[in-house]
Design a protein around this ligand. Structure first.
Ligand code: ZN
Length: 349
């Protein structure tokens, strides 16, 4: 009886400390990361606190207390992937992708290294740990889909980025006064408000589109190429703008399935004017099911591709999240208030 409140207090103080350190260090890191990515420069390492085994322990201890569980989960969603990927053996094996085309046996070795770290730190294989933090159940497999004709061919249409973003801000009421009360993560409460930075920064660079969450509910950077003149290119940009919508609407700790679901929802706008995008979505989901089956060892990798795709190598368990996200996006599509729907689904997951 005497120990529980004391343990709760200690768990909360430890959580406060790690959250405060992350809140101080992550935004600057994410801005530097986005700039380096856009410049194709070496990417900065994550702040030490984000990848420390002790940070993961703090998150796990918080999970044991119902009043802290949500914050513990939010912390683990940030920390667990970094703890696994920062392990020296995992990092060395993963880095080989940059210099060589890796083999499927090298992929198996990398996966085994990830599992060793995950079992030591979280008691389960890496894919299980990540899937549960992402909120992604194991998807059923599927047939390998055929390519979609015309998906990657330039079609003379350009995406008007400014107009597209303005329409999204309006539709999802981003940046309106209604947004501020939704920023409810405790880490944000104690800090000085910085009016004016809340919103999206778009960086143009000839790289794969990618979104960087600087501060959940407050600041996102999206890096996009100067031109997006094929359906596939416009899809990729819209998908990342969707991540911006999701992370400006939601406080910290958004599970990956929800993040991807909003990205999918926003990218579906393409389907009105570009019917090939509907077939491409079906194909993408089918492919994610196939890759998830490869990832869990149910299907040989060389039956899918001669070497491991980038996504399997660098982003374990993401495929399961993509599949679950499509079903969630169907639900979010009919929600009258996306922010409220996200809060509801987040609590459920
Ligand atoms: Zn995504």
């Amino acid at each position: 009886m005497g120990e529980a409140p004391c343990d709760l207090l200690e768990a909360e103080l430890a959580l406060d400390r790690v959250e405060a350190l992350l809140a101080a260090e992550l935004p600057g890191h994410m801005r530097a990361f986005a700039q380096a990515y856009a410049a194709r420069a070496p990417l900065p390492a994550a702040p030490d606190i984000a990848g420390r085994a002790s940070s993961a322990t703090v998150g796990r201890r918080a999970l044991a207390h119902p009043v802290l569980a949500d914050r513990g989960l939010a912390l683990l969603r940030v920390v667990a992937p970094i703890v696994i990927e920062r392990d020296a053996g995992v990092a060395a094996a993963r880095a080989r992708y940059a210099s060589t085309t890796p083999s499927w046996s090298a992929y198996a070795a990398l996966s085994a290294l990830r599992d060793t770290v995950a079992k030591a730190r979280f008691g389960r294989p890496a894919r299980d740990v990540l899937r549960s933090l992402y909120g992604a159940p194991e998807p059923a497999s599927a047939e390998l889909p055929a390519d979609i004709t015309g998906w990657r061919d330039p079609d003379g249409q350009e995406l008007d980025l400014a107009a597209t973003w303005a329409a999204l801000v309006d539709r999802f009421r981003l940046g309106s006064p209604a947004l501020s009360p939704r920023v409810s993560d405790r880490a944000a409460e104690g800090r000085t408000e910085r009016p004016g930075v809340q919103g999206l920064t778009i960086v143009r660079a000839e790289v794969r589109p990618r979104a960087f969450v600087v501060e959940p509910g407050r600041e996102v950077i999206v890096v996009v190429p100067p031109h997006a003149a094929s359906p596939a290119a416009r899809f990729a940009v819209l998908h990342e703008l969707g991540h911006a919508v999701a992370n400006l609407l939601a406080p910290a700790g958004l599970p990956r399935v929800l993040d991807e679901a909003v990205a999918s929802l926003v990218a579906r706008d393409l389907e009105r004017a570009t019917p090939v995008a509907i077939a491409a979505r079906t194909r993408r989901t089918q492919l994610a099911r196939v890759l998830a089956a490869v990832e869990r060892g149910e299907r040989p990798g060389d039956s899918v591709a001669p070497s491991p795709p980038w996504a399997l190598w660098h982003d374990p368990a993401a495929q399961a999240a993509y599949v679950a996200a499509e079903e969630l996006a169907d639900r979010l599509a009919v929600a009258p208030d996306l922010g409220a729907a996200l809060a509801h689904e987040r609590a459920r997951i």
